[in-house]
Design a binder for this molecule. Structure first.
Ligand code: HEM
Length: 510
């Protein structure tokens, strides 16, 4: 599987999903929280977000509007999981994409199936209509609620059984449902891990599900749902394989219910070769450029003899460097971050790091590719873009200067302030403003701000570049976009940056 490089969105989604652990940590190992599991809270969050969908007019769906609807009765308790989704969003990954990703990792961490993941959901800026069904609804109203969301009667049964494979009922949230001493009751009384106990215990008559055997029959919605076709559908789900398949199909559909007009990306799966951002920087003391990038190999054989080489040519398609135009990887790191590689896909990965130095700025770098030599007698493999050509450097006019940028951690060690430095070719410097769009990802909707980077003469002109810098005032997140001139989101941006890239130079603000 290849992708067309560069594609910052796909690259970022892959990173969050497969390489990082930060977003996935709270749900790890199906951990218990607030009596229930984090996984259950995340799965319910996803359902309650899509439940605003109206198939008749195409409005609502997975759009993170649930974050504006936390005060609604049917959403009681969901506020506890809201903070889990803060701090990760950007132009590349919406809050709604995170809610969908959350449901998938939740299932995986509870030993459930992996649902295919597409991204591209667009965040709402306010409440949606409709909403998740309430437990006191009669059967006709429950059916109408699911019809409006795009699901027929059998799908209503399947989706409810699959959803209620996770978690349970909290008295504090639904006192009408829990009219006894218990503060909390799991739907499945044998395991918090994913299985079809919700169905088999119901059929055997051993269930404690408060929506089946609650003393208040009015709120026993699960029994109304399960019994709506005389248990025909749930009997089919008593077979574990059928249950898993139904849950996979219905959750996949559910997560992809989006408002009309929203287009989702391809399914995100680990790429055979993942090429990172090619970061060109201006050297500190010489009139030269350097370039760093990475190559990730999927399922590599364990071979300590393997050599991975980056080969490049200048903007004229030649090698004018006396020392040659190739370099071996400066090091490699196994990717062990998320459970997706190993548990979800049964794969492993290694990332090779490259750092090319002493590039002449007048001819710069035009494109590059890789050669993998296992040194076992087989021919080296050439890794090029999906079109069989090299990886083209789009521009070197405006660069996020990783070398000169700095991240300062505050004395308490929590917040940070960053100084973002932008290198601009001398002939372009001062002709148009250098604008940097930052995101505050700790709020819904995500809040974007534009700041102009100002000429910074503390950095002396080098290699034909002039330096601009800014320290965003309320900058709590890691992602930003650099524009030469006017800011047109998703459009004319020149560079996408991550403050984390400057992390190696953390300094303390005492
Ligand atoms: C017939 C429609 C449904 C009704 C009336 C209903 C109602 C409820 C109620 C009252 C709770 C207890 C929440 C709390 O105490 O905080 C609950 C929990 C839950 N529901 Fe549903 N639900 C329905 C369908 C679904 C569906 C389709 C899904 C997902 C696909 C789902 C996922 C969940 C999950 C995961 C929990 C556990 C939350 C936790 O433990 O924190 N529900 N549901």
């Amino acid at each position: 599987k290849m992708f067309h490089w560069p594609n910052r969105q796909m690259e970022m989604l892959d990173t969050v999903f497969f390489e990082q652990t930060a977003f996935q940590t709270p749900v790890s190992k199906c951990v218990v929280r607030d009596n229930s599991t984090v996984a259950a809270q995340w799965v319910r969050m996803a359902f309650h977000d899509i439940a605003t969908h109206n198939i008749d007019d195409g409005t609502g769906g997975m759009d993170s509007s649930v974050f504006f609807e936390l005060d609604r009765g049917e959403n009681a308790g969901l506020a506890r999981a809201f903070p889990d989704f803060l701090g990760f969003g950007s132009r590349l990954i919406s809050l709604a994409d995170l809610i969908a990703a959350g449901a998938i990792v939740a299932s995986l961490e509870c030993n459930g199936p992996v649902f295919p993941y597409r991204a591209g959901r667009v965040d709402a800026t306010g409440q949606g209509g409709g909403g998740a069904p309430k437990p006191f609804l009669n059967l006709t109203d429950l059916q109408e609620s699911f019809r409006r969301q795009g699901f027929n009667n059998a799908e209503m049964i399947g989706l409810t059984a699959c959803g209620h494979a996770f978690g349970g009922v909290t008295k504090k949230d639904f006192p009408d449902v829990m009219q006894d001493e218990r503060q909390f009751q799991f739907f499945n009384n044998r395991t918090t891990l994913f299985d079809n106990g919700i169905v088999t215990q119901y059929l055997e008559g051993t269930t404690f599900n408060p929506l089946v055997v609650g003393v208040n029959a009015t709120t026993n919605s699960d029994i109304r749902v399960f019994n709506s076709d005389q248990n025909a559908t749930v009997k089919g789900l008593a077979d574990p394989a059928a249950f898993t398949k139904t849950c996979t199909d219905l959750f996949t559909r559910m997560l992809n219910v989006v408002p009309a007009g929203v287009t989702l990306t391809d399914v995100i799966e680990p790429w055979d070769y993942k090429v990172g951002e090619a970061r060109i920087s201006v050297a500190n003391n010489t009139d030269k450029l350097s370039m760093s990038t990475t190559l990730r190999l999927l399922n590599p054989k364990d071979n300590p003899r393997r050599q991975v080489k980056l080969v490049w040519v200048d903007t004229h398609g030649r090698c004018s460097q006396w020392s040659g135009c190739s370099a071996l990887a400066s090091g490699s790191t196994p990717i062990t971050g998320s459970t997706f590689f190993q548990k979800g896909f049964g794969k492993t990965a290694i990332q090779y790091n490259f750092n090319i130095k002493d590039i002449d700025p007048s001819t710069s770098i035009g494109k590059f590719w890789f050669e993998i030599d296992e040194r076992d007698g087989s021919r080296p493999t050439e890794v090029k873009n999906d079109d069989g050509k090299g990886y083209n450097i789009a521009q070197d006019d405006v660069l996020f200067d990783v070398t000169r940028s700095t991240l300062f951690t505050n004395a308490d060690g929590t917040n940070f302030t960053s100084q973002i430095v932008i290198a601009v070719k001398d002939n372009l410097a001062g002709k148009a403003p250098i604008n940097v769009e930052t995101v505050d990802a700790y709020t819904a909707p995500l809040k974007y701000d534009v700041h102009e980077a100002k000429l910074d003469t503390r950095f002396k002109k080098t290699a034909g570049y002039t330096f601009f810098s800014l320290t965003p005032p309320t900058f709590r997140n890691a992602a930003f976009d650099v524009y030469y001139g006017q800011v047109v989101p998703q459009n004319l941006k020149v560079q996408h940056g991550q403050v984390a890239e400057a992390l190696s130079k953390v300094q303390s603000l005492s």
